[in-house]
Design a protein around this ligand. Sequence first.
Ligand SMILES: [Zn+2]
Length: 223
Amino acid sequence: MFIGHYGPAFVAKAAVRQVPLWVLFVAAQWIDFLWATLIIVGVEKARIIANFFGLSPLDLYFMPYSHGLPSAVLLSLLAGGVVAVAMKAYRIAVVLVVAATAFSHWLLDLIVHRPDLPLVFDDMKVGFGLWQFPLVSVPTEIALLLLGLWIYDRAVPSATRAGTIALWLFGFAMAALQVQNTFFNEHPASSVAFAQLALAGYVALAVLAAGVDYLRKEKRPSR
Ligand SMILES: [Zn+2]
């Protein structure tokens, strides 16, 4: 899953408003940040096979450290703990919400991946395989994203009109990116190139989220 992961990030922002949106964007992809890094350094393994699974070219045959269930739980708690330490108040709520956001990554991956998510180290792999049906999986991801965005926009209305417009433009641009990425993309030639592209994409989206967050805040009048 790609942009669908950001639906929970938006919902989390409605729950813990003091946490910057970009931090929640990183939390939602935290497991993939680690995955991409481990692919680049060669600890986890994947290979590119055209139309391997539905339209997905990735054979994710070894990723126990990032996408194994026990490590996903630990990594999610770690993310929650690190963010909570950086916050001044409501630390318990921050731990729980950020950890839940990070762990939602694994649960959403479970829906779309083929059985490549290991339950015990590299064994007992699960995945419900919705990616096999891109005409179902892509609208599902977009719906998840826009539902989360809508909940956030309602719960924490922007102080500025520009903030509301920027948020929805951002949402629709992400939806378009998902369509482009699934149906019209030249896939990278290697798993390392794929991981680098994913990492760059996640960083770019987090930066844009920081921009949207900034536009939505009340500016102090300059005197
Ligand atoms: Zn993942």
